[in-house]
Structures are given as C-alpha cells and as structure tokens.
Design a binder for this molecule. Structure first.
Ligand code: GLU
Length: 293
C-alpha cells in the first residue's frame, strides 16, 4: 500500500532558541526522529521564538548545528513562530468574540505583591503546576464596556482565558491519549489547576499555550513527543483544542535527563550543552549512549 504524504504520522521537535540545546533536548529530538522513522512518518522542526526578548538568531543557528551534528534531518521550511503572530491573533480573537478571554491589566510585580500581602495575612493562594500564583479575579469580573474603554485609552494588557467560563462551556471531563514513560492510557485533563492561563502577553501577541496548539493543528502534527516536564501543560492544550475546534494529537511525554544531583538540566549548564560536548570531541553516537538510547 502506498501511503500518501497526508496520511503519514507527523512528529515535531519544537525548541525555543533562548539558550543552547543540552542532553535533554538531544533525547527529545532523537526520540522524535526514531519514532518518525519507525512509523514511516515525517519530522518537522519548529522554532518557538515568540519571546523575542530572549530568543536570538545565534541560538537558533546553534540549534540547527547541533541537530545536524546529531544526524537529524527535518523538513523545510522550518516554521518560526515569530513569523506567524497573525495566526495566533486570529485564534485569540475567536475566543474574545465568544467572551472566553478577558484583558488582564496587572503586571507580574503587582500580582506578586498582591499574593505576598494575602499570604502574609496567613491565607493560601492557589498556584499552578509550575508554582506560579493564579491570576487574581479582579480583571475577570470587569464589565466589557469598562475594559473596552481601558483598551481604547492604550492601557497595557495581556489576554487571559476565563477558566471557569471555558470549563462550563466544555462541560464534561476532557481526556488525552498518552503513550509516554510515566502515566499512560487515557489521561483526564485538569486545566483548572492552571487558573486563568495567559494566551497573549503584553509584550508578545501570543503565548506558549496558544501558539503550540495552533501550530500543532496547522502543521497536522499527529504525535507530540516531548519531555515529561510538559505533561501538566497538556491539560491546557486539550482544553484549547476543544475551544478552538482543533484536532487532538497523541501525546508521548518522555523521561527527563537529569544532572548528577538529580535535577532537570537547564540551558545554562555548560557541561551538558551539546556544543560543549561536541567541542570535547564526542560524536552523535556518544550522545545517543549518554541519553540512554
Ligand atoms: N518550546 C518548548 C520548549 O523548548 C517545547 C514545546 C513543546 O514541545 O510543546 O520547552
């Protein structure tokens, strides 16, 4: 049987060029490539550079060099998120029109101060799975006529999902199909754990959550293979897929590569950086061994 391009499984490796790739990224990229090969699928590379303050062309060039050295090939053209803000804005506007998002005017510092004052009084404040405090309720309750005036007067703002409204709309429990190293099977999404997630920032016309679901759908991604640290975010992604009427991919969250102290690797750790390991004379095959493949 001949499988047409359209029927082939589609995998993607989606790094952010805000630092150098390390062994954890190597595991992710190699697994995507191995699985794409095993399933006779396609492998896409997506550069997630919506944070223009932290992402640089140098880091992006480093990513391409590292992948090339690992022997990983990808399809052209590479999708660069900073070139697609209009698509994320279109998705955001669809949600604004349905009253599911609201403009949020508090700065990060103001939220922090508010939460600190609350906690100093002995009250507990909900935090998301990353430990970030949920956004306070004030802006969510503001009548539309009022926020429209504030926007018209040029007030800086982000856009946040009204989680309670969104959940009321989707009604029943949402699930995703997981084949990863930890929990697998049908996983019940828990988007409420994230509070009113940010969908568009005051300094970037999108957010990680919004662009990742829009891109996975636009690129026809059928298999999302990524690190276990992103497992909890899948709850938000499932909810957005339902709200935006997007297809759902299968998910495979793989184990993380840890340092000698058992901590997740970070982009600033030189000794596990791929460029550093290459400079020390290691080969792509050595890297496969180092990440346990
Ligand atoms: N850009 C994200 C990162 O570098 C990965 C996003 C994803 O795979 O969904 O952590």
């Amino acid at each position: 049987m001949i499988t047409s391009e359209r029927q082939k499984p589609v995998f993607r490796f989606a790094p952010s060029p805000n630092g150098q790739l390390h062994l954890g990224h190597a595991l992710s990229a190699l697994l995507n490539r191995d699985m794409a090969e095993a399933w006779h699928g396609r492998l896409l590379l997506r550069i997630e550079d919506i944070d223009q303050a932290r992402c640089t062309p140098d880091f992006e060039a480093g990513i391409l060099r590292d992948l090339d050295w690992l022997g990983i090939g990808w399809e052209s053209p590479v999708r660069r998120q900073s070139e697609h803000f209009a698509e994320y804005q279109a998705a955001l506007h669809a949600l604004i029109e349905r009253g599911l998002v609201y403009p949020a005017f508090l700065t990060r510092g103001e939220v922090k101060a508010r939460v600190a004052a609350y906690e100093a009084a002995g009250e507990s404040w909900p935090r998301d799975p990353d430990g970030t405090p949920h956004y306070p309720a004030n802006d969510r309750e503001r009548p539309e006529v009022e926020w429209r005036d504030m926007l018209a007067s040029g007030r800086k703002h982000a856009w946040r999902l009204d989680m309670r409204k969104a959940l009321a709309l989707t009604g029943e429990l949402l699930f995703w199909t997981e084949t990863g190293d930890g929990r697998s099977g049908e996983i019940a999404a828990e988007p409420e754990a994230w509070g009113d997630v940010i969908l568009s920032r005051s300094d970037a016309p999108s957010s990680y959550h919004l662009s990742v679901v829009v891109d996975d759908a636009l690129q026809g991604v059928s298999h999302v293979v990524r690190g276990f640290d992103l497992f909890p975010t899948t709850s938000v992604h499932r909810l957005l897929q339902v709200l935006l009427d997007l297809p759902q991919p299968l998910y495979h969250h793989h184990r993380l590569v840890l340092d000698a102290q058992g901590r997740k690797l970070s982009k600033s750790e030189g000794d596990s950086g791929l460029a550093e390991l290459r400079a020390r004379g290691l080969s792509g095959a050595d890297i496969r061994r180092l990440v346990g493949l």
